[in-house]
Design a protein around this ligand. Structure first.
Ligand code: AMP
Length: 436
């Protein structure tokens, strides 16, 4: 039997409805905050992601799915959304006539990682990107939009952690101090940190292996090496978060896995053990040089990415239902071949009129067909036999009130539309009221 590749999973119909609803909520939040959708290719030229030999991130070094296509071109399945967005922003010159460009994307990403709960080889991200002036207000725009999404889906157990890496000058000062410090303690650090020391010593600070190591805890803090511009930028970000009433904690060890960040970096965590150390739902920050590095003008950017898979796991864990149970307005069951054939046209016309309906296609017993109507959570069951067909009538059973009436076929549509809104017991709340 063929099976799904390791690190992937199938989203089956019941869960697909949750994904679709979440995407709908995301689109609404993006519209509220004026982020417009961009759809970039799922694969890009290798160099889009592998720009610089000094990049120390695992994602760039060990985890990308790279391949040579039939035209001998080196390609990479996108491991994240930012680089492709920036490439598209530059290639399509979206910066012309736009002071600020605010984009969002939603789609699958690919990383060759060790599979565990909340960590997959194909996963989905929803991301926001804003290119424009290096304003701390844009950082806050991005973070507050992420918080709006979490609020909209009812996920409250979250924590925003934030830090600054400072601008280039501050980071260089800090880097030198860190290299000095960690070099003196190299024997006390894990193997990966030895490599990090040479390539990106800041990343030692968020090493998962050494996280409780006193060498890390006592390491010099970025705050002491920020220049005035960087200090001012970060202070403004925090002040504006306060202003909007968004809670956060400043975490001086937060440096983020990707090497292109500068100034503000942040993560939003789900406060529960259920995802273990995969509890970061959303991560992002400012990248002041990426647009330039990808051949564009000197325009800073700020962005974030949500792991949608993790968001869905968190919603399930909190028992938050964002979708109503699936239902149909009507389900047709028939007796006899001619009723079945007539029925197909009947439901086709009902669908054209905007009703969600289906019928039993198998030649099953009435009992089995009633069960099928039940499984489809149908508001009305329509019963059509040879006699009804001859008399041009149909039996209509309201599955909520259990009332059954026989009406003429001509009246059927009007009857259903009228009664969809008048469910006797609950005023229609058991199902959606509208037919849209
Ligand atoms: P990153 O692009 O590494 O900054 O990740 C942003 C977010 O994407 C993380 O906070 C996770 O929620 C999610 N994410 C990253 N890698 C994976 C993965 N392998 N599987 C599932 N979600 C992931």
């Amino acid at each position: 039997m063929l099976t799904k590749p390791k690190g992937t999973y199938d989203v089956l119909p019941a869960d697909s409805r949750i994904w679709a609803k979440l995407e709908q909520v995301i689109r609404k939040i993006c519209a509220l905050a004026n982020y417009e959708e961009i759809r970039t290719p799922i694969f890009e030229q290798y160099e889009t992601f592998h720009r610089d030999d000094s990049d120390s991130s695992d994602m760039v070094n060990k985890e990308t799915y790279d391949f040579i296509d039939r035209g001998e071109r080196k390609m990479t399945l996108r491991p994240e959304g930012t680089a492709g967005c920036v490439r598209a922003y530059v290639e399509n010159k979206l910066y012309v006539n736009n002071k600020v460009t605010k984009l969002f994307y939603f789609g699958p990403m690919f990383r060759y990682e060790r599979q565990q709960k909340g960590r997959y080889r194909q996963f989905s991200q929803f991301g926001l990107e804003a290119y424009g002036p290096k304003s701390p207000l844009l950082d806050v725009d991005i973070i507050s939009t992420a918080c709006m999404l979490l609020k909209a889906v009812g996920l409250n157990k979250i924590r925003v952690r934030i830090n600054t890496l400072g601008d280039k000058e501050s980071r260089q000062n800090y880097r030198d101090v860190l290299v000095d410090y960690f070099s003196q303690h190299i024997d006390e650090l894990c193997e990966d940190c030895h490599t990090r020391l040479a390539k990106n010593p800041l990343r030692i600070l968020d090493c998962k292996v050494d996280k409780d190591n006193p060498v890390l805890i006592n390491a010099p803090k970025i705050n002491d090496y920020l220049n005035d511009v960087s200090k001012e930028h970060f202070a403004k970000v925090l002040a504006e978060l306060d202003n909007l009433g968004i809670d956060y904690v400043v975490d001086e060890h937060l440096v983020r896995g990707l090497d292109y960040y500068s100034d503000t970096v942040f993560e939003i965590e789900y406060e529960s053990d259920v995802l273990g150390n995969q509890n970061v739902l959303c991560a992002g920050g400012r990248y002041n040089d990426l647009v330039k590095d990808l051949g564009g003008p000197e325009i800073p950017g700020v962005g974030l990415a949500f792991g949608v898979d993790r968001l869905i796991l968190a919603l399930a864990n909190e028992n938050i239902q964002i979708v109503k149970p699936k239902y149909l307005h009507a389900f047709l069951i028939t007796l006899g071949q001619s009723a079945k054939e007539f029925g197909l046209k009947l439901i086709y016309n009902m669908r054209l009129a905007g009703l969600m309906c289906d019928m039993s296609y198998a030649s099953d017993s009435l009992k089995a067909q009633f069960k099928e109507a039940d499984n489809n959570n149908s508001m009305f069951t329509l019963i059509l036999g040879e006699d009804e067909l001859a008399n041009k009538t149909i039996n209509v059973k309201n599955n909520h009130t259990k009332e059954q009436v026989t009406i003429s076929l001509d009246e059927l549509l009007g009857y259903l539309i009228k009664n969809l809104n008048t469910c006797h017991n609950c005023g229609g709340n058991c199902h959606e009221k509208s037919t849209n």
